[in-house]
Design a protein around this ligand. Structure first.
Ligand SMILES: O=C(O)[C@H](CCc1ccccc1)CC1(C(=O)N[C@@H](Cc2c[nH]c3ccccc23)C(=O)O)CCCC1
Ligand SMILES: [Ca+2]
Ligand SMILES: [Ca+2]
Ligand SMILES: [Zn+2]
Length: 313
């Protein structure tokens, strides 16, 4: 029996209709997308902690039940993230060689988080105060960007390199949301909450208690907190590079989202090393901007000003 590529009909976490690429094999339709790299595969943990769980399948290629929603979004949004990296940077999947992209949904019981575990993306259902975690494209982009980072700079997930790791995921999660162009914004996770409040803001990190200047960085020892809060300093610099603004008296001329993406992607893939500091991020971004736009370019000037504005020299 030869497998065949199909197109299924799905309804996402928010009741939004979307087509999903599936495979028909031995009388079942699977959430397997053979049109991108070596495939995108979506699994069901059935509210256990076992990974990856079972490859999602049904008999009619219709993924419209409420229970199907998280799988539909994980599968569809993984395809959007694949397309962003392929179309913008000609990167074929997170490893550049078409690596299969695997996601598991319905992980755990009332699990109110998501993660990349070096092998796959994992999404909880939330605890009733949030939507299931694959229901936000910026979150899916955030998680898959952890995979890209791991295969490139491999930024150590603690202290400043860990905050850089987090910032890269927030920044590219946001750029991917703008690429998809459905209610794009500079917040992370707003699609997961009932009151539209996100987890973090790149435009104004202080909105959620995160620092927007190096002098305000968290210097404690809780690493999971540190990486998710000190990322605000780099997130703010990225926002200023793209959109411009005056921050603590320093004025930055915005150069737009495309150039921000080009500069940060080049920094991530060509210059950052696993133990990079914020200061080394500034140097990497300046070098990337110089490579791309020239030494005395407006882009290089904006990058320098943005890092000045957040106190990173
Ligand atoms: O990928 C990441 O950096 C986060 C991974 C969190 C995690 C870490 C270690 C083991 C398991 C899970 C997940 C996300 C995150 O930023 N989580 C934050 C915020 C958060 C989500 N759910 C929470 C529940 C309680 C407190 C904080 C949170 C965190 O874990 O801090 C990224 C986008 C949204 C979810
Ligand atoms: Ca949005
Ligand atoms: Ca967002
Ligand atoms: Zn993260």
């Amino acid at each position: 029996m030869v497998d065949s590529n199909q197109i299924g009909f799905g309804i996402g976490v928010h009741g939004d209709k979307k087509q999903v690429n599936t495979v028909f094999s031995n009388s079942y339709y699977y959430l397997q997308d053979n049109t991108r790299g070596k495939g995108i595969y979506t699994y069901d943990a059935k509210n256990s902690n076992r990974l990856p769980g079972t490859l999602w399948r049904n008999a009619d290629n219709q993924f419209t039940a409420k229970y199907d929603g998280p799988a539909v979004d994980a599968h569809y949004y993984a395809g959007v993230v694949y397309d962003y990296y392929k179309n913008k940077f000609n990167r074929n999947s997170y490893d550049g060689a078409g690596a299969p992209i695997k996601s598991t949904v319905h992980y755990g019981k009332s699990y109110t988080n998501a993660f990349w575990n070096s092998y796959q993306m994992v999404y909880g259902d939330g605890d009733g105060s949030t939507y299931p975690f694959s229901g936000a494209l910026d979150v899916v982009g955030h998680e898959l960007t952890h995979a890209v980072t791991e295969k490139t700079a491999n930024l150590i997930y603690e202290n400043e390199s860990g905050a850089l790791n987090e910032a890269m995921s927030d920044i590219f999660g946001t750029l991917i949301e703008y690429y998809n162009n459905q209610n794009p914004d500079w917040e992370i996770g707003e699609d997961l909450s009932f009151n539209r409040q996100g987890f973090r803001s790149l435009a104004d990190p202080t909105k959620y208690g995160d620092p927007d200047h190096y002098s305000k960085r968290y210097r404690g020892s809780n690493q999971n907190y540190l990486v998710h809060t000190n990322s605000g300093i780099i997130n703010k610099a990225a926002y200023l590079i793209s959109e411009g603004g005056t921050h603590y008296g320093v004025t930055v001329n915005g150069i737009g989202k495309e150039k921000l993406g080009n500069i940060f992607y080049r920094a991530l893939t060509q210059y950052l090393t696993e133990s990079a500091t914020f200061s080394q991020m500034r140097a990497a971004a300046l070098q990337a901007a110089t490579d791309l736009y020239g030494a005395a370019s407006a882009e290089v000037i904006s990058v320098g000003k943005a890092f000045d504005a957040v106190g990173v020299n």
